[in-house]
Design a protein around this ligand. Structure first.
Ligand code: ADP
Ligand code: 5GP
Length: 204
């Protein structure tokens, strides 16, 4: 196991399949824990407070910003979204890997504070398919769909800031690719200094 848990950042235009990919990934890997974000957006039909998001008012969210309870936050389609600091710190200190599903701006902010964070950009197979997926999910009104599609165009400009890109065409193939990235990242020398140092000490 790594000495400190990894932060795995997954970004993608809304509707690409972040949730779907992460859900499958977590079934396959019990050392990955999901960072539940705080948002001022209203819950969708099946979403539960504390599981999908912590749903808060704008006032509460702004208090969390002032109290420095978030490692990053961003505004997306008229709502605030942010990552609670405490969970990230506790889990990574215990050597557990944490997955963050956040906007491109949020990802760049986390990477500045946490340079060893792993950044993965999920892409839809096409913009037509993206719109279809948002419509099929049946969670957004026409206005929100259009705003999400507009944001998607801008988000794609940030793909070069990410170390990895995975196309979510076939879901299980995409999940496998994300698993492979995580497995390789766990083997990086920088994440295994404890083991290496122990061996070096024994040799002397
Ligand atoms: P995001 O979290 O990126 O907003 P979701 O995970 O909610 O996206 O996925 C949006 C919709 O697309 C959902 O209805 C989901 O079931 C569907 N979806 C996800 N991945 C695929 C895929 N590879 N092929 C077809 N549909 C998919
Ligand atoms: P949705 O409303 O579709 O659940 O999420 C909208 C966007 O907000 C997605 O791009 C999602 O990844 C992003 N998001 C969710 N939680 C956070 C967060 O804590 N911080 C940031 N910066 N973005 C988030």
């Amino acid at each position: 196991m790594s000495q400190l848990g990894m932060l795995i950042i997954v970004s993608a235009p809304s509707g690409t399949g972040k949730n779907a990919v992460i859900k499958e990934l977590m079934k396959a890997d019990e050392n990955i824990f999901y960072s539940v974000s705080v948002t001022t957006r209203k819950p969708r039909n099946k979403e539960k407070n504390g599981i999908n998001y912590f749903f808060e008012t704008r006032d509460e969210f702004e208090k969390m910003i002032i109290n420095k309870e978030l490692i990053e936050w961003d505004e997306y389609v008229n709502n605030y979204y942010g990552t609670p600091k405490k969970f990230i710190e506790e889990m990574t200190n215990e050597g557990k890997d944490v997955i963050l599903e956040i906007t491109v701006e949020g990802a760049i902010n986390v990477k500045e504070m946490w340079p060893e964070a792993v950044m993965i950009f999920l892409l839809p197979p096409s913009m037509n398919e993206l719109r279809k997926r948002i419509i099929c999910r049946n969670t957004e009104c026409e206005d929100s769909i259009n705003q999400r599609m507009l944001s998607a165009e801008k988000e794609l400009d940030y793909v070069n800031d990410y170390e990895y890109v995975v196309i979510n065409d076939d879901l299980s193939y995409a999940v496998n690719q994300v698993e492979e990235i995580i497995h390789a990242e766990r083997l990086k020398t920088i994440r295994n200094k404890n083991i290496v140092n122990k061996l070096i000490r024994r040799k002397k």
